[in-house]
Design a protein around this ligand. Sequence first.
Ligand code: SAH
Length: 261
Amino acid sequence: MTQQDTTAGPSIPGQDPRFARLRIVLVGTTHPGNIGSTARAMKTMGLARLMLVAPKASIDTEAEAMASGATDVLRSAQIVESLDAALAGCHWVVGASARLRDAPHELLTVRQAAGQAARELTQAGREVALVFGREHAGLTNAELGRCHAHMVIPANPGYSSLNLAQAVQVTAYELRQALLEDEGILPAVELPAPAPHDAVENLLAHWQAVLEGLGFLDPANPRHLMQKLRHLLQRARVTPNEVDILRGMLTAVQRHTHRQD
Ligand code: SAH
């Protein structure tokens, strides 16, 4: 297991590179057994890149026992301090939650999300993350806000919360089927890759600084403005070039404001 390592996880011999560009992200996991079972669920479906955001559990003998033959995936799991660090370089991010929220997110079933993830991964160089929450409390609204889409495993409406590793298993299975079905149907035209997560977050930080400087945004009363702008950028799937244009505009505003001061 590596701390704050940004390189890809283990590669499974002969593995389709699309599988290697998919990361499974577990946020704040509390049970070691769930981390081990997740590693096993992933390896059975050909996935190898596991990221743990501020885990509360350690990789102990229980985790190893539940991983069974997937200790390679378990041991190469990357531990990071924040969800933003886990999502660096990602072009499409889906958050899994059993609970429906009123956030203005694209809501997908696990099958739809797997289909879209497969289409993203079929475009060379695209990185995709599937994010899973805590056993007791799931993902926070702020964490789901970092995701482009919200994914639900349609289950018994009266008892819809799956065990964490079982939710990963169902998702990894759907993803594998979608990727294998997609084989050979490469798109004729490569669309421009959307800007990765960290570029969009840096743009938002720049935008926020300008809006505060202009007095448009009151830091004491931000009224979810930045979250709304984040959703706008996520829906637009802004490209790196568009991020550069927007940041150039913001810099021009800052220069103009300094001249006036
Ligand atoms: N008590 C938590 C449930 C946590 S289950 C809650 O109320 O949110 C642990 C994680 O497994 C969840 O955060 C989610 O990522 C995933 N999960 C469990 N059941 C799911 C379902 N039906 N659809 C999508 N994700 C699910």
